[in-house]
Design a binder for this molecule. Structure first.
Ligand SMILES: CC(C)(COP(=O)(O)OP(=O)(O)OC[C@H]1O[C@@H](n2cnc3c(N)ncnc32)[C@H](O)[C@@H]1OP(=O)(O)O)[C@@H](O)C(=O)NCCC(=O)NCCS
Length: 196
């Protein structure tokens, strides 16, 4: 899904539709009450509030400090562990599968600012959103950044602190900035070594 703000001649505030802005505001005020409540009770309340605001969530553990923008464009499968202080901007949509392990302070950013015109403030040039998809059984380390439009394949592992701007193949282990392939978890996917 790619979404782009239509009106580039307005302020950042007015590029967000009014209904969305109000909904977002109400969500933030309510969510702020439960955002830092300790686990496990806080996990239920955070999940419940995301669900109330249109998030397509199944039962998962949502540790304290998670920031969520556009919860109605967020889906989280079952048996996921989202650790403390993660940040999900679901402007372009975020789909998280089942059995995901996510380290603390990881960011999923499904949008970006448009900066095509160097003569206009970036602030007024709008935003572009592209869905981020995390398939089942993915382990994401702490302090990872995943950018817009990225698909992380089933069974992949992303090392701590990685910056992921391109798709990650199923069962790949990637690390670093920009994320590079280390190897695959399935031996048959790895190239044969010199020893055979
Ligand atoms: C990536 C990880 C899973 C290890 O995977 P692995 O396949 O066993 O990788 P290795 O330890 O064999 O390292 C392979 C290479 O990647 C590098 N590497 C490993 N983790 C890295 C990281 N996070 N960032 C940058 N490079 C990393 C190693 O230095 C090594 O480099 P080299 O080939 O140049 O020597 C682990 O390092 C990691 O980052 N775990 C995340 C821990 C975490 O954040 N947990 C959160 C709790 S939920």
């Amino acid at each position: 899904m790619i979404s782009r703000d239509a009106d580039r001649d307005s302020t950042l505030l007015s590029t967000v539709p009014a209904s969305s802005f109000i909904r977002q505001g109400i969500f933030h005020n309510l969510y702020g009450i439960v955002k830092f409540l300790p686990s496990p009770v806080g996990d239920f309340l955070r999940l419940g509030l995301i669900w109330l605001f249109g998030g397509n969530v199944q039962f998962s553990w949502i540790r304290d400090g998670l920031t969520v923008y556009y919860p109605w464009r967020l889906s989280i499968g079952k048996h996921c562990w989202i650790n403390e202080y993660c940040h999900f901007n679901a402007y372009g949509g975020i789909r998280i599968g089942n059995n995901i392990l996510m380290g603390h302070r990881t960011t999923i950013m499904s949008d970006d600012h448009v900066f095509d015109d160097p003569d206009k403030p970036i602030l007024v040039q709008g935003r572009i959103g592209e869905e981020v998809v995390i398939e089942d059984d993915v382990f994401i380390g702490s302090n990872v950044f995943i950018g817009k439009g990225v698909r992380v394949g089933k069974g992949a592992v992303i090392g701590a602190g990685s910056v992921v701007l391109k798709n990650v193949e199923p069962y790949a282990i990637v690390v670093g900035n920009p994320a590079r392939l280390v190897r695959y978890r399935r031996p048959e996917l790895n190239p044969p070594t010199a020893q055979g």
